[in-house]
Design a protein around this ligand. Structure first.
Ligand code: DGJ
Length: 374
């Protein structure tokens, strides 16, 4: 950051340390580097809570758990410790050495509980388990109690599948499509080749987010079918299970890192492609109902570096409380050499005259300066 003599940031004009610097090291109130990757933010009773993956300096497994920080201004964050800790018990689904990714916490006004969903991979199995974990707490800073993990919607078919669609999907066999990306394979995936394979045991569930709509209904949005297809699945009223109602979005489109928000009557989803830890060009979708149809639009990233999403991958869209059109796109700039040393890229979403979201690079910006009424 460039400093003027009076202590104002020369880049965004805001006082001292009151700005967010995308891609730079972000320290907490104690001066330690914030360790909350693949995260999400919850606003509750006047405070923001940032939950994220606590990552070790080396390696890809989870050794600590999900961390939580709190803030009143979205710039200065206090380390509130470990919200959900790994278990020391051998055989526990969240045994130390598992992989916990992309935790998202929502508040359930009916049960007065904080509910965490996260992507869970079982210890020693790489990314094969593809499960979602559920945890619950009485306080936003935890401790969260692990409830269970599963693959969503076992025995269920998408809500928009007719009987004929189901019959057709059941006839598809993976062994008939040994080569991926052929026109026949693409059609079979769209028709439910992998969906049908996974109906008995539940859909695979990797990169994910959670969205609570204005009516209090919550949805788990995740990469299913070997990361080829997104699912939007409705949660039960306590947010701890599935109602069985779900739809697929962009079958075969290879979308990861789903983020979602609603502005006016329009739902927007910003996702990434599927290139491991390496950045790629984001995608965007729009719908007037969470159930679709979802229309695909170009990436919202604009300007230099847009083709690699400013070297980042989305994780959450944070609605700034009480600010009309106050939305922050949260992303990770992954460093697979040391995931702990990955950076955060937070940018305000701006809206074009046509109402379409746009993300432009800023070296430095301040929520207080950007959002009037914040
Ligand atoms: C990309 C995903 O978005 C990340 O969360 C992580 O699962 C990596 N893939 C693992 O390669």
């Amino acid at each position: 950051m460039l400093w003027l003599a009076v202590g104002f940031c020369a880049l965004c004009g805001v006082r001292g340390q009151d700005c967010i610097e995308p891609g730079k090291v972000w320290h907490d109130a104690e001066g330690r580097v914030i360790n909350a990757h693949g995260g999400g933010v919850l606003w509750h009773e006047g405070r923001y809570y940032w939950y994220g993956e606590n990552r070790p300096a080396r390696g890809f497994t989870t050794e600590v758990g999900v961390g939580v920080y709190s803030s009143s201004d979205l710039v200065h964050w206090t380390d509130e410790g470990v919200a959900l800790a790994v278990s020391g018990r051998q055989g526990s689904p969240i045994e130390r050495g598992c992989i916990m990714e992309r935790p998202k916490v929502v508040y359930n006004a009916r049960t007065c509980k904080f509910v965490m969903l996260f992507h869970l991979e079982l210890k020693g199995q790489g990314y094969a388990a593809a499960r979602v974990g559920f945890a619950e707490a009485d306080s936003p800073v935890g401790p969260f109690r692990f409830i269970r993990s599963l693959r969503p919607n076992a025995g269920k078919w998408p809500s928009d599948f007719s009987r004929r669609d189901i019959r057709r999907a059941k006839r598809l066999k993976e062994s008939d499509y040994t080569e991926w990306w052929t026109p026949e394979w693409r059609k079979a995936v769209a028709d439910g080749l992998l969906l049908a394979r996974d109906v008995p045991g539940g859909q695979m569930s990797r990169d994910m987010t959670v969205f609570v709509d204005d009516d209090g209904k919550a949805y788990h949005i995740f990469s299913a079918e070997e990361n080829l297809t997104l699912n939007i699945a409705e949660l039960t009223d306590d947010y701890l299970d599935y109602t069985g109602r779900f739809v697929r979005v962009a079958p075969g489109g290879q979308n990861e890192a789903p983020t979602i928000f609603k502005r006016g009557g329009t739902y927007w989803m910003i996702t990434s492609g599927c290139t491991g830890w390496a950045p790629n060009e984001a995608r965007m979708f729009r719908a007037s109902s969470v159930w679709g149809p979802w229309e695909q639009l170009p990436s919202p990233f604009a300007g230099e570096g847009a083709e690699k999403s400013f070297h980042s991958q989305g994780t959450y869209v944070l609605k700034v409380e009480g600010v009309e059109d106050g939305f922050i796109f949260m992303a990770d700039r992954w460093n697979p050499e040391s995931l702990q040393d990955s950076r955060y890229v937070w940018l305000p979403i701006v809206f074009g005259a046509d109402g379409v979201p746009v993300l432009r690079w800023l070296d430095s910006w301040s929520p207080a300066g950007r959002f009037s009424g914040f």
